[in-house]
Design a protein around this ligand. Sequence first.
Ligand SMILES: Cc1cc2nc3c(=O)[nH]c(=O)nc-3n(C[C@H](O)[C@H](O)[C@H](O)COP(=O)(O)O)c2cc1C
Length: 337
Amino acid sequence: MTLPVFKKHSVPVVLAPMAGISDTVFRRICAEHGCDFTYTEMVSAKGLFYGGKKTRELIRVSDAERPAAVQLFGSEPGIVSDMIKAIADEYSGEIAMIDINMGCPMPKITGNGEGSALMRDVNKAARLMEAAVKASPLPVSCKFRKGWDEAHVNAVEFARAMEQSGAAMMTVHGRTREQLYQGQADREIIAEVVSAVSVPVFGNGDVFSGESALNMLEKTGCAGLMVARGAQGNPFIFDEIRAALEGAPYSPPSEYDRMSEAIRHARLFLEEKDPKLFPELRKHMSWYTKGMRGSTELRRAVNAVRSPEGLMKLLYRFRDTLEPENGENPAEGCGEE
Ligand SMILES: Cc1cc2nc3c(=O)[nH]c(=O)nc-3n(C[C@H](O)[C@H](O)[C@H](O)COP(=O)(O)O)c2cc1C
């Protein structure tokens, strides 16, 4: 089974699956900033099986964000493999890989034996992976954590079982399920997984800059890097990491440019998704503007706004208060484009 072509780089940098965040619009924006590969938000295999329209919407992948993987979560080999076949049939040529979520810590997921609960039952996870690989015309990967808790750190054993079951690659987030996001992601455990298997292993956890990307690479020897929170409101991180990997200079965007990207994000969202969903943009806008003067007031206004048009007006007005690089503000006083 061949791996998806990671565009063009020897060390691919990918956008992590993030439920409620890495939708088609955000994936496209990150791809435009040089991210090599994108993952959909996690999609319930059972939800697909029972035909949920909202669930199906999550696997819509546009040209601009390819290559892309669909991430599924589930624990029943029959349902997961049937859904893989259905996805591969319906989206043939559009999707490069299927990823199975084996790291989600949320109780409503683990309570069903899904996500990181699979790390507590390596045989069950292996049977799931075997069934998925057997059913799939596409490569199948998985994403998991260091272990369930400090007393059960089994990422190495788990990785070996996944490789034996046919996983084409894997991503390790260097924290236990119990840790959620506390403490530091453990690069050591990722390095151990890299040494234990021969399929590509991607390192994940706390990559927030070019420097931390280099550190992840150096400490783990991973084949590629996965970025989640570092991309929130900051798709520029992919430009920054690429520059760091290539030893090229990088100048961070000005506040004006960040705000212009926020506006573009909001516009694309309103064009491509149901405008009634505009409240989903609130968190993105708050991340883009973090640390900017007046951002607290903007956040308050954005949270109170009642229409997509009102939201766009607020964003343009806020950008008018920022200085563009060249000192001239082309949109000064316009309020809207
Ligand atoms: C809001 C949010 C949603 C997430 N959703 C998913 C998901 O759907 N599937 C998944 O495998 N991981 C999910 N994760 C975990 C991330 O993919 C990643 O493993 C984790 O955030 C560590 O990487 P980071 O330090 O770069 O953020 C999510 C993380 C966040 C913050």
